[in-house]
Ligand binder design. Structure first.
Ligand code: SF4
Ligand code: SF4
Length: 55
């Protein structure tokens, strides 16, 4: 289990500082390192376009 950023991401950057384990990377769309994600949901809670999903 990990959270994943979908193609809806607008690269706004809001989620980046919220991750307690710093597993989100910048890019054309942002990316979560699934091996490091602890599934806390903090990023999903702040994403303005609901681009982050739990899978
Ligand atoms: S669910 Fe938590 S640990 Fe996983 S990427 Fe989002 S903020 Fe980071
Ligand atoms: S908060 Fe949402 S739209 Fe903004 S960079 Fe993160 S995943 Fe992308």
């Amino acid at each position: 289990m990990a959270h994943k950023i979908t193609s809806k991401c607008t690269a706004c950057g809001t989620c980046l500082p919220e991750c307690p384990v710093e597993c989100i990377s910048e890019g054309n769309i942002y990316v979560i390192n699934a091996d490091a994600c602890i599934d806390c949901g903090a990023c999903a809670n702040v994403c303005p376009v609901d681009a982050i999903v739990a899978e």
